[in-house]
Write a protein that binds this ligand. Structure first.
Ligand SMILES: [Zn+2]
Length: 257
């Protein structure tokens, strides 16, 4: 029997390596490039990276955040994504223990990291993640929680609620408040977590979004018209719903009902 701490260390190392691949997806998907080929290169000078430059986090620190060849700065996004992915793998491995539910949560988590980073930078949510994500989430639900019926309801609620919001806003105000990627992203989340968690995700995402929106207006860095990358808030909302949704709901119902 392998001790738990060994599994968690292995999960952390695997997470850092997968985080390195997520960086490739984050850079290439919005540019419609293949994620499999060619090997990673410097975005400034095009020099193919040496094997040791692909070591997550350590290479960035060792090179002081600069390209070895052209000395241009490499974005902090690279080590941040690797560290966040490694931490997610460690925490999920500790929380769920080995099993299909762990795999399912990690697949969803990786998709959310990519969508968050791409939406933040490019204001778009690639179909290459959201559409296969819906299928994969449903496939997992054939074997584990929330079960396939709940998964289908999650897809319908996630996609339907944001589509209704999209068309409602268009009809009321004549403007697009959301992108068409957002309904697909929430449908994907719904496929993995079922309709209840999807509803919580939407509530938390809206709450986080309004907090940040108010903060931006108060600090003068945005106005009511600023385009908000709602996919970022959906990703954060889903994480909160999965990690603490039940506890927050119990507390809320206990306090206010
Ligand atoms: Zn370079």
């Amino acid at each position: 029997m392998i001790p738990d701490w060994v599994l968690i260390v292995l999960a952390t190392v695997l997470g850092a390596a997968i985080g390195s691949f997520l960086n490739v997806c984050i850079y290439r998907l919005p540019r419609e490039m293949s994620v499999a080929w060619p090997p990673s290169s410097c975005p400034h000078c095009g020099q193919t990276l040496a094997w040791y430059e692909n070591i997550p986090i350590a290479a960035y620190l060792a090179l002081g955040g600069h390209c070895r060849t052209c000395r241009n700065r490499i974005g902090a996004r690279y080590p941040i994504v690797e560290a966040v992915t490694a931490a997610m793998f460690a925490i999920a491995c500790w929380y769920y223990g080995p099993g299909l539910l762990l795999v399912s949560r990690l697949v969803l988590g990786c998709a959310l990291i990519v969508l968050f980073a791409v939406d933040l930078e490019h204001h778009l949510l690639p179909n290459a993640i959201t559409l296969p994500g819906i299928v994969v989430g449903f496939a997992f639900s054939l074997f584990i929680a929330p079960g396939w019926v709940d998964s289908l309801l999650g897809i319908a609620l996630g996609g339907g609620s944001l589509l209704a919001m999209f068309y409602g806003w268009l009809w009321l105000r004549g403007e697009e408040a959301l992108g068409m990627g957002d309904p697909k992203m929430l449908a994907m989340i719904g496929a993995f977590v079922g309709w209840r968690m999807t509803l919580l995700t939407l509530v938390f995402a809206s709450f986080i979004g309004s907090l940040i929106g108010v903060a931006l207006i108060v600090t003068g860095r945005g106005d009511r018209k600023s385009m908000v990358p709602f996919g970022c808030f959906l990703a954060l909302g889903a994480v909160v719903a999965i990690a603490a949704g039940r506890e927050i709901l119990d507390w809320y119902l206990g306090t206010f009902a």
